[in-house]
Write a new protein. Structure first.
Length: 367
């Protein structure tokens, strides 16, 4: 059983001695150990080789020591499995040479057999679980349908995603058809991740904030909510509670474990305007970026659902005493319960490792 289940207890709205902490993109680019592997293997080789993905996943657990691991992978493995050609090179970002702009192209995109196309991810999950040895929970993830759609239609990153938005507004039937195919694939993919051993799931809606509140409902949230609802039907029978708790509660706890629903975190960058509706869903927690204050996030969500965030990643460049002071202030603002300490987006590649460690240590030192 899990030796550290603090993260899962926070997702379950339990009272905790301190909030758990992990960092988005903690498995990767700021660690010298990761860069050594990056210099030897290209991006998709790292993603598609279970031994490499598992090693990269556990590196921050050994070095930075957060309360949860997140599987090393990429949101774009999903469109690749759907027949969309994706190229991704370090420091260049994702490129889709033939972006989707017509209904004919949408019709060529398919919902794949997950084990045949993404079985390597499940192998990485299983191997990672072995390497973690029940130290901490493992988080699986996927991009939101809208975020995947943006890359598929735009063909590359963008500051505004005007082409993707224009496709939605000029050809809504084709847009919704593609969004539904991505949604159906993501549901199948994440269910397999849970079966393979992931203890929780995070959905990254990186580009949701590009949409107006009305358009967000139509082109993003309704598809995310389908995923949340589908995963809520799944149960996680593995590693939910510590040995100590299980020895005390015995068979009763085992029975409870079998009915534990999959915990889903939804993180929408710039989507503060949708927090109220998100809080009414079956999500266990909502991620908040650094542009939304703790006070506003609690107000918009009704003050009950677990929140995650929202330290500005650039603030990790501050002196270590400042980082620790600001982390303690952030916890005071959110409150130690119903809260998971994290960044407001992914950790930057130029963050010193000692500063990442200080971020985690500050949470563990909180009283």
């Amino acid at each position: 059983m899990l030796k550290n289940d603090l993260f899962l207890r926070a997702l379950n709205n339990e009272t905790v001695e301190r909030p758990p902490v992990w960092m988005m993109r903690q498995a990767g680019r700021y660690l010298p150990e990761f860069r050594a592997l990056r210099d030897k293997y290209d991006f998709f080789t790292r993603c598609e080789t279970p031994e490499l993905a598992a090693e990269i996943t556990v590196q921050p657990i050994r070095i930075v020591k957060p309360d949860a691991a997140i599987l090393f992978s990429d949101i774009l493995v999903v469109p690749r499995a759907m027949g969309i050609h994706v190229e991704l090179k370090d420091n260049l970002g994702p490129i889709i040479p033939n972006p989707i702009r017509t209904m004919e192209q949408v019709n060529q995109v398919f919902v794949p057999n997950i084990q045949e196309t993404l079985g390597y991810v499940m192998d990485a999950v299983k191997l990672t679980k072995e390497m973690l040895n029940d130290e901490v929970p493992l988080i699986g993830f996927a991009g939101s349908p809208w975020t995947i759609f943006c890359y598929a239609v735009e063909g590359k990153g963008s500051k505004s995603f005007d082409t993707a938005k224009g496709f939605c507004f000029s050809n809504p039937v084709a847009a919704h058809t593609l969004l539904q195919k991505i949604t159906d694939t993501t549901i199948l993919y994440l269910k397999e991740k849970v079966k393979a051993g992931c203890n929780a799931i995070q959905i990254f809606d990186s580009w949701g904030g590009m949409l107006s509140p009305v358009d967000y409902q139509e082109f993003s949230w309704k598809y995310i909510n389908q995923i949340v609802d589908a995963l809520a039907e799944e149960t996680d029978t593995k590693n939910s509670f510590s040995d100590e708790k299980k020895s005390v509660l015995g068979d009763l706890r085992q029975t409870t474990e079998k009915s534990t629903k999959t915990k889903v975190i939804v993180f929408g960058k710039g989507c503060w305007f949708a927090l109220g509706e998100m809080a009414q869903s079956k999500a266990s927690a909502l991620g908040v970026d650094w542009t939304c204050s703790a006070r506003n996030a609690r107000y918009l969500t009704g003050g009950k659902i677990t929140l995650q965030g929202n330290f500005d990643p650039s603030r990790l460049l501050s002196p270590i005493p400042t980082i620790k002071k600001m982390v303690h202030e952030m916890i005071d603002e959110f409150g130690k319960d119903n809260y998971i300490v994290n960044l407001g987006h992914g950790i930057l590649p130029n963050i010193p490792v000692d500063h990442a460690k200080a971020f985690v240590e500050a949470v563990k030192e909180y009283k």
